[in-house]
Write a protein that binds this ligand. Structure first.
Ligand code: ADP
Ligand code: MG
Length: 339
């Protein structure tokens, strides 16, 4: 065996980037989450060629101060947590300080940002994680991140990228999940110049559901509301007659974060046990809200998996909330979601 040596930081960055940035959809998720953490009221996601040629995320959030602009792209650089105690109750979508460093390592980035109080903003460009230009610039308050030529310097990763249409579809799905997670934010999505989504950002989940799924599908959902020990469950779930042949319409959120949760899925489906046909699955948009300290989101780099302090409590809260919805009379469901 050759002797052991520590990898240089460039190689370490590329390895770390692989965990966070798998495809254009992961870039969009991270940038849009940053926009939401920045308190944006509106955010726009634009992509070209499935996001491989260009991803642009624009927000009207707090912006990045001139002094912080370069620091934001360093690994483990974050404004969201300060010490280990903050890990116990994470109230923001981001906290690892890894996304911008990871994205920058494998693309060309143009950042344009201004804090509301500053007369001028900052324009910063990076290639493969290295700053190549920086200047003051007039721009609206908020932040625009443009990511070009994703994986241009990592041919190994480039090989696994799918066709533009498949990558674009994955981006769209990620944007839809964010819109459903944050009905208080107006989310716009443009693919190759064509607008495919606009949510009003009026804070009503039903409005976001309507925009994302369209009228016909939205009419198949009924409202869910319930509470368990230390937690509440709200959202929408399919009428039994509107179950479908795929789980693709199941969306679970915990404290504003999209998650893949076996516990929540099992509870949902258990509630439909005697109501739906075999081989059909209910759709849902379910928000679980609980104490921050009751969920550990620091399980996986993309944070789509979370650990609950009690799976049993989560299961019961979801199960009873959905069951009570299904037991109500829904002979006139149209009035529930429509409009
Ligand atoms: P994290 O979100 O985990 O803190 P990121 O690498 O995604 O790490 O971002 C690093 C920092 O850059 C953030 O903590 C935040 O301070 C700043 N930042 C990134 N995007 C934005 C944005 N759209 N608006 C304001 N600040 C941002
Ligand atoms: Mg982030």
């Amino acid at each position: 065996m050759p002797h052991i040596q520590q990898l240089d930081s460039h190689v370490a960055d590329l390895i770390a980037a692989g965990e966070v940035v798998e495809r254009p959809a992961s870039v969009v998720k991270e940038l849009a989450e940053n926009a939401i953490d920045a308190g944006a009221a509106a955010l726009t996601v634009e992509i070209q060629n499935g996001g491989m040629a260009l991803i642009r995320v624009t927000d009207d959030g707090c912006g990045i101060a001139a002094d912080d602009a370069e620091t934001a792209f360093l690994r483990h650089a974050t404004s969201k947590i300060r010490d280990e105690h903050d890990l116990e109750a994470i109230g923001t979508l981001g906290f690892r300080g890894e996304a911008l460093a990871a994205i920058a390592a494998v693309s060309r980035i143009d950042l344009l940002t201004r804090t509301p109080g500053a007369p001028l903003g900052t324009a910063l460009s990076l290639e493969g994680g290295t700053v190549v230009s920086r200047e003051e610039a007039g721009c609206p308050a908020g932040t625009t991140m443009v990511v070009r030529d994703l994986f241009y310097n990592t041919p190994a990763r480039l090989k696994f990228v799918k066709k533009d249409s498949a990558e674009g579809a994955a981006v769209f799905a990620a944007v839809q999940r964010l819109a459903l997670a944050h009905p208080e934010v107006s989310v716009k999505f443009l693919r190759d110049g064509k607008q495919e989504l606009l949510t009003p950002g009026d804070g009503q989940l039903r409005s976001a559901v309507y925009s994302v799924f369209g009228r016909d599908l939205a009419l198949g959902f009924v409202p869910v509301k319930g509470s368990g020990e230390d937690m509440s469950v709200t959202g929408f779930a399919s009428l039994p007659a509107c179950c479908r042949g795929t789980r693709g319409y199941q969306h679970f959120f915990v404290n504003g974060r999209y998650v893949k949760s076996r516990t929540m899925m099992a509870a949902l489906e258990e509630a439909y046990k005697n109501q739906k046909m075999v081989g059909k699955f209910p759709g849902c948009v379910l928000h679980l809200t609980t104490r921050l300290s009751a969920v550990d989101v620091n399980v996986h780099p993309t944070k789509q998996e979370v650990k609950f302090s009690s799976d049993r409590k989560v299961f019961d809260a979801v199960y009873y909330a959905v069951l009570s919805t299904l037991e109500r009379d829904h002979t006139r469901p149209q009035a529930e979601v429509g409009g």
